[in-house]
Design a binder for this molecule. Structure first.
Ligand code: HSE
Length: 434
């Protein structure tokens, strides 16, 4: 029996979804059962994917949600509103939803999950994280036996593309960003990519599934790459590292079986060249999951773009279509696929977290300066892995320090002490190190 699909949005991802639905040949036979019945677009005057009839278009997404011929709503319009209201309206109408909208799920996931559970409908979102990489379903199902210790990932294709080309070609940040936008990797407003917000949305969604509880998206410490300097990428390379924008979630403390403290953050990070994430370049994403007892599992693939993202959207549609076809009672959701929260998670106070750091000082090239820096770190209990004076410009020096793992508050205190001496002019850059 055919399943009626209503598509909200016909941008990069929406067009990719339409192309798959309209060309089922050679795919799983269930794809042929998915019938695209209506498509909401911003403007009717536009070019269409091959085979898509103009008659399916309308400019009112609410009408698509309400259309009785639509059994399942695919939301790929992006943005918070009206996407959130349309998802809730579809749930209210008893329709399953598939979305690629990380911003809505990261902020309104609890509200949407509660509404979906009350109505007994699925809301699936594989495409919201990692583009074409299956990561959410594996976290819900294939890795369900594990206690997840840490998830660390490169989960923004645009910034990984920018960082890879800056490192390989010494290319300028602005030029590479323009290319990423032209290739359809970046969000409509690329601020969310370069300032780390897109990765923070995605790690918030991962946390909900990996740890069984939601965290407040607005509380996740987030730093992007907009202020990253080519100089630090080059120094990092000389020291044996590549710079990547990482999103990390790790268990800090288990309070009870249903209550956990997590360290969740997004920041540019020096990754040792030998680490599995170091070789992930271009628009590719990779997510390294560390669990007990599985150990380390890495998911790798294209993290953005029409085809990969549409692949994940249609996989979610197929999951729901398969359940509908076998006639499972709607009110009894598969608890692994539906993945409702079962634990309360909160974020750790960042002052007590422990990390390795890279810091670059601008200083006068005078006797005792490196000694002063080393003494201040030592007095604050910060152990150093290396301290290097990279080059002098006139009477100036650039001093780069990499610390061992230290408590954040001790590290910050040491920086304050170091800056009290006038020969140390500034902390120019401060990055995390794996
Ligand atoms: N702008 C996003 C990225 C698209 O660059 O990863 C995929 O979510």
């Amino acid at each position: 029996m055919a399943i009626g699909i209503g598509l909200l949005g016909l941008g990069t991802v929406g067009a990719g979804v339409a192309e798959i639905l309209l060309n089922p040949s050679g795919r799983h036979p269930l794809v042929a059962e998915l019938e695209l019945r209506q498509v909401a677009v911003r403007s009717l005057a536009r070019s269409l994917p091959q085979g898509l009839s103009q008659e399916l278009l309308c400019t009112d997404p609410a009408a698509v949600v309400a259309n009785p011929a639509v059994d399942l709503v695919v939301e790929v319009m992006g943005g918070i509103e009206p996407a959130r209201s349309l998802i809730l309206a579809a749930i209210e109408a008893g329709k399953a939803v598939v979305t690629a909208n990380k911003a809505v799920i990261a902020r309104h996931g609890a509200e949407i999950a509660a509404a979906a559970a009350a109505k007994g409908v699925y809301v699936l979102m594989e495409a919201a994280v990692g583009g074409g990489i299956p990561i959410l379903e594996p976290l819900k199902q294939s890795l369900g036996a594990n206690r997840i210790e840490r998830v660390s990932g490169i989960i923004n294709g645009t910034t990984n593309y920018i960082l890879s080309r800056m490192a390989a070609e010494g290319a300028s940040y602005a030029a590479v960003l323009a290319d990423a936008q032209a290739l359809g990797y970046a969000e409509a407003d690329p601020d969310a990519d370069v300032n780390g917000g897109d990765a923070a949305d995605k790690i918030a969604i991962i946390v909900g599934l990996a740890y069984g509880g939601l965290v407040d998206r607005s509380e996740i410490p987030t730093e992007g790459i907009a202020n990253l300097q080519l100089r630090d990428i080059n120094y990092a390379r000389e020291l044996g590292y590549v710079v990547k924008l990482l999103a990390v979630a790790e268990r800090v403390k288990t309070i009870t079986d249903t209550s956990e403290v997590l360290d969740v953050r997004v920041h540019p990070t020096l990754v040792p060249k030998t680490h599995p994430l170091a070789g992930v370049n271009g628009v590719n994403n990779a997510i390294l999951v560390e669990g007990d007892p599985v150990g380390q599992v890495m998911f790798y693939g294209p993290g953005a773009g029409a085809g990969p993202t549409a692949s994940a959207v249609v996989a979610d549609i197929l999951n729901i279509a398969a359940i509908q076809q076998v006639g499972g009672p709607a009110a009894k959701l598969d608890p692994l696929l539906a993945a409702t929260s079962w634990r309360s998670c909160c974020l750790v106070d960042s002052a007590i977290t422990k990390h390795r750091n890279y810091v670059r000082f601008q200083a006068a090239d005078l006797p005792g300066v490196i000694g002063h820096i080393g003494s201040c770190f030592g007095a604050a209990g910060v152990s150093l892995q290396s301290i290097v004076q990279f080059q002098s410009q006139g009477s100036g020096a650039e001093i780069v320090v990499i610390t061992h793992e230290v408590q954040e508050s001790n590290f910050r205190h040491a920086l304050e002490m170091i800056l009290l001496r006038s020969e140390v002019e500034a902390v120019v850059s401060c990055l995390r190190t794996l």
